[in-house]
Design a protein around this ligand. Sequence first.
Ligand code: ADP
Ligand code: ADP
Length: 226
Amino acid sequence: MAEVKLENVSKIYPNNVIAVKDATFEVKDGEFMVLLGPSGCGKTTTLRMIAGLEDVTKGYIYIDNKIVNDVPPKDRDIAMVFQNYALYPHMSVYENMAFGLKLRKYPKSEIDKRVKEAAKILGIEHLLDRKPKELSGGQRQRVAVGRAIVRNPKVFLFDEPLSNLDAKFRVQMRTEISKLHQKLGATMIYVTHDQIEAMTMGDRIVVMKDGIIQQIDTPLNLYNFP
Ligand code: ADP
Ligand code: ADP
């Protein structure tokens, strides 16, 4: 079970920028929710608050009906995939994927099992010994997703994970992330400024503009498909 709820959440940065204003929405267990809007509308800030990487100025964030405003990121059972992949350049693919589990003191055998399972799911078993610089953009993105999968989190957060990829890989990875969602059945929140990505991937879409939520609905209802 993993539900995420925001209740009247606002974020004002120290420079007085109001990045998010009075955001209220609920992501159901197993749902794929997209946060859609132009650059600067507050999507990343919203995601970072859910992950606990950014303090909430006002309002409450709930995970499974528990207020988590004061819960540190590592105790939120959430994994985030970043736009720039954030891989460690000096570590192999294997070590990159294992790192978060090592930090959390998982036994080596369990780490090994999880890394190899995730690598299999993502089709990167043959790349485990490579360094990030020896990978294509799409392969790097898979490693970044793999690092999230091995943690087996309740909730996955994706921050524009495909925006650095070529158009061709972008379409392919879109499909792969949707398949992954079906396979894992996990709750996912996915940030993008790309309408097509939102329409093709989201169970529902939160449309944001200037820090304010404009609409929350299914792609079908939002875009009035014939
Ligand atoms: P998006 O992800 O939709 O591009 P962001 O959440 O990154 O939007 O940014 C929302 C607003 O907050 C923007 O006006 C941005 O300039 C501002 N902002 C983001 N991060 C910071 C920060 N650390 N300090 C001050 N302002 C910020
Ligand atoms: P440490 O540096 O913590 O000793 P190692 O890199 O020696 O960790 O790896 C420990 C275990 O992880 C190995 O016994 C092996 O089973 C597995 N492992 C490490 N690298 C790979 C890899 N590239 N492919 C498959 N398994 C690996």
